[in-house]
Write a protein that binds this ligand. Structure first.
Ligand SMILES: [Zn+2]
Length: 324
C-alpha cells in the first residue's frame, strides 16, 4: 500500500521536483502531463523542505479542511465579515474557507521532532503524515520526539492508529501540562468531555509506557526549541520557539487559524477558541512580537507551507508568505 502512495507521480502534483527535495529528477517531459493528470486522481503528497540555521526543517501537508465562514468573527457585524471574506476571496466553490492541516518537522542533529500529528490514519479528510515522512526517508521509528500543542483531534489523532497503538513507537510525547490539568479538571458531563476523553485515549499508551513528557511555558523540547504559552484556543494551548544559528521561527500552531482573518482582524473571535478573549490577546501579542523582532511564523492551518511574516498594515498586519 505504501508503495502506491509513494509513487513518484503522486509526489509531483502541483510542485516542481526541486521544491519537493527530489534528487536528480530529470523526468521525460512527455510523461509529465500524463503523470500530472494521474497525480490529480491519486493521493498527492506534498512537503516543503527548508533550513533554519543548522536545523533541517520540513512542512508536511497532512490534509485539507473546509471551514464554514461562520467560524470567524462572531463578535463583529455579519456584513463586515461577509464583505471581508468576499474581498480576500477566502471562500471556495462550496462556500467554505480552506484550512490546511500541516505538520512542522525539525531535524536538529540529535532529534527528529514532529510538531503535532494531523488527523490520523483512516480519517476521511485524509492523513498523509506517515506516507509523506516515508517519502522524505523518515520512518515512524526514527521520530525521537512528538511535540503536541493542544488536545484537539486535528493535532493529536495521528499519535496512534485506530486501535490506539503508537504510530511513533520510539518517540517521547511532549504534552502541555496546563492542557493536561484542564483535562483532569473537566467533568464527565461537561460539553468538552468527549474531546477530553478522545485526547486521553490517544495519550494513554505514552502515559503507561512513561514516554509522556509534560511541559510548561519556556520548557526546552530540544536544544534550540522551547515552548511558549499561547493559551486561549484551548486553556493550555502552546506555541513553539525554534532558533538555530541566530535564525528564529515561531510555530504559532492554532493561536491563529486563518492567515488573512487572524492578521487583519486578530480581534475577531474564532468559534474553535475556547477562551476567545484570551485567544485575541495571545495572537495580538504573537504578531506584535513577530513584526517587532522580524521573526518568521508558521501557522498549522495557514496556506501551505504555512511560513511567512506578519507585516504591520493598517490597524493589524498583513500575512506575507515566505518565498519558496
Ligand atoms: Zn487545529
Amino acid at each position: 500500500m505504501l508503495k502506491n502512495q509513494l509513487s513518484r507521480r503522486a509526489l509531483l502534483k502541483g510542485f516542481g521536483a526541486g521544491a519537493l527535495g527530489l534528487a536528480g529528477g530529470s523526468l521525460p517531459m512527455l510523461t509529465l502531463a500524463q503523470e500530472a493528470q494521474e497525480a490529480a486522481a491519486a493521493e498527492a503528497l506534498a512537503y516543503y523542505r527548508f533550513k533554519l540555521g543548522a536545523f533541517d526543517m520540513a512542512v508536511i501537508s497532512d490534509a485539507t479542511l473546509g471551514l464554514p465562514p461562520t467560524v470567524f468573527g462572531s463578535n463583529a457585524p455579519e456584513e463586515e465579515v461577509a464583505e471581508f471574506i468576499d474581498q480576500y476571496k477566502l471562500a471556495n466553490a462550496e462556500g467554505n474557507i480552506t484550512g490546511i492541516v500541516q505538520i512542522l518537522v525539525a531535524r536538529t542533529g540529535d532529534d527528529t521532532i514532529i510538531f503535532d500529528t494531523g488527523l490520523g490514519l483512516g480519517n476521511p479528510n485524509g492523513s498523509r503524515l506517515i506516507p509523506t515522512l516515508a517519502a522524505m526517508g523518515i520512518q515512524p521509528g526514527d521520530v525521537t520526539k512528538v511535540a503536541i500543542s493542544h488536545l484537539h483531534g486535528d493535532h493529536i489523532n495521528g499519535l496512534t492508529g485506530p486501535d490506539n497503538a503508537p504510530l511513533f513507537p520510539n518517540a517521547a510525547v511532549y504534552f502541555p501540562q496546563p492542557e493536561y490539568d484542564f483535562m483532569q479538571g473537566t467533568a464527565s458531563d461537561s460539553p468538552a468531555a468527549g474531546m477530553v476523553q478522545g485526547a486521553q485515549a490517544k495519550l494513554q499508551y505514552a502515559i503507561d509506557s512513561e514516554q509522556i513528557m509534560f511541559y510548561n511555558d519556556d520548557d526546552e523540547i530540544a536544544s534550540g526549541i522551547r515552548a511558549m504559552a499561547a493559551h486561549g484556543h484551548t486553556p493550555g494551548h502552546m506555541a513553539f520557539h525554534l532558533e538555530s544559528e541566530g535564525q528564529r521561527l515561531v510555530n504559532i500552531v492554532d493561536a491563529a487559524v486563518q492567515s488573512q482573518v487572524a492578521l487583519r482582524h486578530p480581534e475577531w473571535y474564532v468559534a474553535f477558541d475556547s477562551l476567545p478573549d484570551v485567544a485575541v490577546e495571545t495572537r495580538t501579542a504573537l504578531f506584535t512580537m513577530a513584526s517587532d523582532e522580524d521573526v518568521r511564523l508558521f501557522g498549522y492551518h495557514f496556506p501551505f507551507p504555512g511560513l511567512g511574516y506578519a507585516v504591520r498594515e493598517g490597524e493589524g498586519w498583513a500575512w506575507v508568505p515566505s518565498a519558496f
